[in-house]
Design a protein around this ligand. Structure first.
Ligand code: PLP
Length: 384
């Protein structure tokens, strides 16, 4: 059976060029980057080169990049690290939005349990928060505003620069989760004017288990771990040199190949969108119509017009070898509708009857044709 992977926002396969680059650092150059002998120094040189490459890709200085275990850790570090430092100075208010990833929402909830004041701003029908909303919610007590750059489910891109200006006016720091945007669209910390930014390697054909956080020089942030001086005391623990080297190679390739690849993926996405609306005109499109990532198409079947069981829909796609998701989470054996789609105003049944197509390097026009034929057949069976 043909198998088509259309879930590149969940993860991406390792690029063979990245794999090749990493290999020597598992065996020949295996030293501990903190050791002072030559083995350690070779590892340290590779680590610092990787840091420089990642910094360069987002317009930062290498001293502003700290390696972590991935996007989840970077988000937790940004939120809790700034909150702990801010709390000591009486700044115990955090602002975020209802469409954020759980890696942002859950640390915020945990801080709320610990007595912090947390404002979760509503989003509009495209999943976006405005600078005006941020401006109205930030106070002298706000230590951090955390709004994602691009949404992982619907692909909408936030106006981070305007949001940052609104937050900075009242002295709050700004964090953005750029896990889905980095490597897909240009991301530059100076243009976005953020103080902290989250990156993850496995969303851009790099290895899993490594990410980074950009922390603007001079930003007050407390480490979440203790036990060593690595990463200038901000993130102790022996550095994972092969993964750092792989991450750097992945981001360098993503940036170099971005213009052509983005155009190609957007064309595939637009073709799929056009064809779906031709045979199923009442389909709902989720996400901003223009301010969006090039590779994501998120559609819902309106529960008021079509009775479609979301789980069955995805199962039928899987039976035809097509790997997609609805963005719903499976909790205690039952499917919960996506919090992002609910926040955007979709009802629970419609949110469950959703498909997110996330294109990537391996996808072709033939894949789009196969998906169209399969979906048409599945919908015919499920709605007849
Ligand atoms: N933030 C966003 C927007 C994501 O999409 C993800 C992963 O899906 C994460 C954070 C978590 O990243 P990681 O898997 O590297 O922990």
């Amino acid at each position: 059976m043909r198998r088509i992977y259309l879930d590149h926002t969940a993860t991406t396969p390792l690029d063979p060029r990245v794999f090749e680059t990493m290999l020597p650092y598992f065996s020949e150059t295996f030293g501990n980057a903190s050791s002072i002998h030559s083995y350690g120094q070779q590892a340290k040189i590779a680590l610092e080169k990787a840091r420089e490459t990642i910094a360069h890709a987002i317009g930062a200085e290498s001293g502003e990049i700290f390696f972590t275990s991935g996007g989840t850790e970077s988000d937790n570090f940004a939120i809790k690290g700034v909150a702990f430092a801010g709390g000591k100075k009486g700044k115990n208010h955090i602002v975020t939005s209802s469409a954020e990833h759980h890696a942002v929402l859950e640390p915020c909830e945990s801080l709320r349990d610990d007595g912090y004041d947390v404002t979760v701003l509503p989003v509009d029908g495209n999943g976006l928060t405005s600078a005006e909303q941020v401006k109205a919610s930030v106070t002298e007590a706000t230590c951090l505003v955390s709004i994602m750059h691009a949404n992982n489910e619907v692909g909408s891109i936030s106006r981070i620069r305007e949001i940052a200006a609104a937050a900075h006016e009242r002295g709050a720091l700004v964090h953005t989760d750029a896990v889905q945007s980095a490597g897909r669209i240009p991301v530059n910390v100076t243009d976005l004017d953020v103080d902290l930014m989250t990156l993850s390697s496995h969303k851009m054909y790099g290895p899993k288990g490594i990410g980074a956080i950009y922390v603007r020089r001079g930003t007050d942030i407390e480490p979440l771990l203790q036990g060593g001086g690595q990463e200038r005391g901000k993130r102790p623990g022996t550095e994972n040199v092969p993964l750092a080297v792989g991450f750097a190679k992945a981001i360098a390739l993503a940036v170099a190949e971005m213009p052509e690849e983005s155009r190609r993926l957007a064309a595939l996405r637009d073709c799929l969108r056009k064809r779906i609306t031709e045979f199923f005109p009442q389909v709902l499109m989720n996400g901003h119509p223009t301010e969006r990532l090039p590779h994501i198409l998120n559609i819902s079947f309106d529960s008021r017009k079509t009775s479609l069981e979301g789980e069955m829909l995805l199962m039928n796609m899987d039976l035809r070898g097509i790997a997609v998701t609805s963005g719903s989470a499976c909790t205690s054996g039952s499917m919960q509708p996506s919090h992002v789609l609910l926040a955007m105003g979709r009802d629970a049944r419609t949110a469950k009857a959703t498909i997110r197509f996330a294109f990537g390097k391996s996808n072709t026009e033939e894949d789009v044709e196969y998906v169209i034929d399969s979906l048409r057949e599945i919908l015919r069976q499920m709605t007849s």
